[in-house]
Design a protein around this ligand. Structure first.
Ligand code: GTP
Ligand code: MG
Length: 291
């Protein structure tokens, strides 16, 4: 009999949840950037091993803020917790624990029997692994902790073994060769957003959203796909386009290079930069981008 479990990956923004999911799955399933609040949806990645199957659900970073956008992201985290067998709580060993960590711990304190803790970024010279262990020990007595580097793949297999020990018996929910169930258009939009976030600074990465418009497959198998890169102001539009279109061109080229690795057919992107003022405060715009 195989084992199978749904596992929510939760933790503060930038703790390395999406990096961990990608390392687990061996491919870019969820986008990653140095900017907090990169992930905006719950994103599934599937790991199949001889023991069975773990279906990971990457979630947005848990962030304390009353803005509509952040509340929506927090709802996604809480919803995910209610839908899984196991909670994988990821902490960043390089950061001080603050109010946000305490708020997550308060939510998780009722879930001790289905939590596994991953202390991440132990490769980093500023990692304070021991003091984080001391912080966690009294708060999560009896909960298994694994120190990892999601980036360098350290101890990730040990973490998978711990999760399988906790997993109930169950069937393989997905075919063995499937590592994500995301719609191709969503996945492409996310990769474009990752590149756009990496090429902009300050507050701009947070103002960016990417929306699918249309696509068609040519006779020779090439997929032409059109997306809008949404920003909130005209001034931001000018930055994302760049001098003579240089920035948007780089975003497109880097996204196409990643897509080459991920899809079996060639993909050609057409990107247009559009302004949707305050999309983060607007219910109908938000619901197109976060679900
Ligand atoms: N040194 C080091 N950096 C890491 C590690 N894991 C993640 N990072 C870096 O931490 C930053 C944030 O990583 P993400 O995977 O996007 O973090 P996240 O928790 O998904 O962030 P949100 O989606 O914003 O909540 C990126 O710059 C990663 O390269 C690690 O094990 N070691
Ligand atoms: Mg993420």
């Amino acid at each position: 009999m195989t084992k199978s479990a749904f596992v929510a990956i939760v933790g503060r923004p930038s703790s390395g949840k999406s990096t961990l999911l990608n390392t687990l799955c061996g491919a870019k399933v969820s986008i990653v950037s140095p900017v907090p609040q990169t992930t905006r949806n719950s994103i599934r990645g599937i790991v199949t091993r001889p023991q069975g199957q773990l279906i990971f659900v990457d979630t947005p970073g848990f962030h304390l803020s009353d803005k509509k956008f952040n509340l929506k992201l927090r709802d996604i985290v809480l919803q995910s917790l209610s839908e899984v067998d196991i909670i994988l709580y990821v902490l960043d060993a390089t950061r001080e624990q603050g109010k946000e960590e305490e708020a997550i711990i308060e939510i998780l304190s009722k879930e001790a029997n289905r939590i596994v803790i991953a202390i991440n970024k132990i490769d980093h010279p500023e990692a304070k692994t021991l003091s984080l262990e001391e912080f966690l020990a009294p708060r999560f007595a009896g909960v298994q902790r694994v120190t990892i580097s999601a980036l360098k793949h350290t101890n990730v297999d040990a973490l998978v073994d711990v999760l399988f020990k906790l997993a109930p018996e169950g069937p393989l929910w997905y075919p063995e060769d499937i590592y994500t169930d995301q719609e191709p258009t969503f996945r492409i939009a996310e990769i474009i957003r990752e590149k756009a976030m990496l090429h902009t600074r300050d507050e701009l990465p947070h103002a960016i959203a990417v929306v699918y418009r249309e696509s068609s497959k040519r006779g020779d198998g090439v997929l032409f796909a059109r997306f809008d890169v949404i920003v909130e102001r005209d001034s931001q539009k000018a930055i994302v386009i760049g001098r003579k279109g240089s920035v948007i061109q780089r975003i497109r080229e880097e996204a196409e290079a990643d897509l080459k690795e991920l899809f079996e057919y060639p993909i050609k992107l057409q990107l247009q930069v559009a302004v949707d003022a305050d999309w983060r405060k607007n219910d109908s715009s938000l619901s197109k981008m976060i679900f």
